[in-house]
Design a protein around this ligand. Structure first.
Ligand code: ZN
Length: 287
């Protein structure tokens, strides 16, 4: 299992904000000290401006340098444009690795799935997964699917991939919940699977399976996963019910598709995040 991460992505924070550096540093520590899963570490790759512009408006890229908060969830931080770009660089490196047949996970912040073509929101500044999916399409992949199991709807990914030929988006998320979108399917390629707060975990798993079954029908060559761990029963931000073994099951279910796949960290705010990620990686690895 290849983990793409760096030491610098913990360099920004706002006191009391749930999207905090310890999410990454504690997971790095956990993965380094465990012995069950063989891991290799890699650094984020370079990012071309043109690659970002496949997904984002030029005005949005310029706005990331303006020192004003985007909204109350999404503060401006000194250097946030560079942090966000590095997180994109990790997604692109994950894409490359997946295309070479490697198992790979990007352990970075900021996350990306709420960032729309024109707006930073929901702790997200640039949409890592949409940028990587569009880069795949621009470089020879014919059909790419994005599977998003974060408890929040990936509204930004939907906004960017909507009706894009060759791309399809499948999101399982709580509703009602932030950001309030994803109540039904949109366009010809965005498939939403809302679940009620406190949906029993067996039922939630059945919905996750239904979304994967629909994804299979799209017959993707490549799968990109927005891996959010906030549908966990003890996550402070939503009312999910999944347990650690459900994230292992998710990894195994994704492995069973036998597709080149890369996963990017989205949400997950409980102190058990390192265990949840490790369980998912073990499932992906077929342990
Ligand atoms: Zn989330």
């Amino acid at each position: 299992m290849k983990i793409i991460s760096d030491e610098l992505c913990t360099g920004y924070s706002r006191p009391g904000h749930p999207e905090r550096p310890a999410r990454i540093s504690l997971t790095q520590q956990r993965l380094r000290t465990q012995t069950e899963l063989p891991i290799t570490w890699a650094e984020p790759g370079p990012v071309e401006e043109a690659t970002l512009l496949h997904a984002h408006a030029p005005e949005h890229l310029a706005r990331l340098n303006v020192p004003e908060d985007f909204d109350s969830d999404t503060p401006f931080h000194a250097g946030i444009a560079d942090y966000a770009r590095t997180s994109v660089g990790a997604a692109l490196e994950a894409l490359r690795s997946a295309r070479e047949g490697e198992l790979v996970f990007s352990l970075m912040r900021p996350p990306g799935h709420h960032a729309t073509r024109r707006t930073a929101m929901g702790f997200c500044y640039l949409n890592n997964i949409a940028i990587a999916a569009l880069e795949a399409l621009a470089t020879g992949v014919k059909r790419v699917a994005v599977y998003d199991f974060d408890v929040h709807h990936g509204n930004g990914t939907e906004d960017i991939l909507l009706n894009r030929a060759g791309a399809a988006f499948f999101s399982v998320h709580q509703s009602p919940c932030y950001p309030g979108t994803g109540l039904g399917n949109v366009g010809n390629n965005c498939f939403n699977f809302p679940t009620r707060p406190n949906t029993p975990r067996e039922e939630h798993r059945a919905v996750l399976t239904r979304a994967l079954d629909q994804l299979k029908k799209f017959k993707p060559e490549l799968l990109a996963v927005s891996a959010g761990f906030d549908a966990y029963a003890h996550d402070p931000l939503a009312q999910g019910t999944l347990e650690v073994e459900d994230f292992y099951w998710l990894g195994k279910s994704i492995r069973a598709l036998s597709l080149p796949v890369f996963s990017l960290l989205e949400g997950g705010y409980s102190r058990d995040l390192p265990e949840l990620i490790l369980a998912y990686l073990k499932g992906l690895d077929g342990k």
